[in-house]
Ligand binder design. Sequence first.
Ligand code: HEM
Length: 157
Amino acid sequence: MSKVPTLFEWAGNMETFETLFSRFYDKVLKDDLLGDVFRNMSPDHVQHVAHFVAEVFGGEKQYTNQDKGSHSSMIGKHIGKMLDEEKRQRWMQLLLVTADEVGLKSDPEFRSAFVGYLEWGTRIAVINSRLINNPVDQQEPMPSWGWGETGGPYIPE
Ligand code: HEM
């Protein structure tokens, strides 16, 4: 049996993730609810988020090695931001619309794993945004996300 690709490999390459998040944050900045939340984001924000998610999906470790980030430093960026469910849902909605616009892989298995990760990650972001101190130690490894219950990508007969 052939090797099951990582979510990163199945999705494409780093450009896939950079394009997805670049188009996503274009929308975010124009959004009535999220625009103000991201108004002062760093110029590297888009790339950092793309690199973070790519690494979580089993891709190159650019967030760790090039951006000098870690799971803890990413969590730290959300501390005190006072996000809520309404903002989280808008973030999800805009990212999923963007995923379709940029032609991200749309087979049921990939999208299930993709949305599963986003549901997990965004809910954690909201929880952490309401804390004062970072609960994640600097030494904690990066999270990793796989195919989960689906067991692999959709490959037509
Ligand atoms: C899976 C979900 C998420 C991931 C992977 C993620 C990832 C990241 C990363 C990697 C950073 C650091 C960027 C940098 O180093 O410049 C960051 C910052 C930030 N994130 Fe998230 N995030 C997620 C969900 C959310 C949600 C749902 C919101 C708000 C609705 C949010 C709001 C922010 C804000 C406000 C910052 C700081 C921006 C700045 O001013 O520099 N994040 N996020």
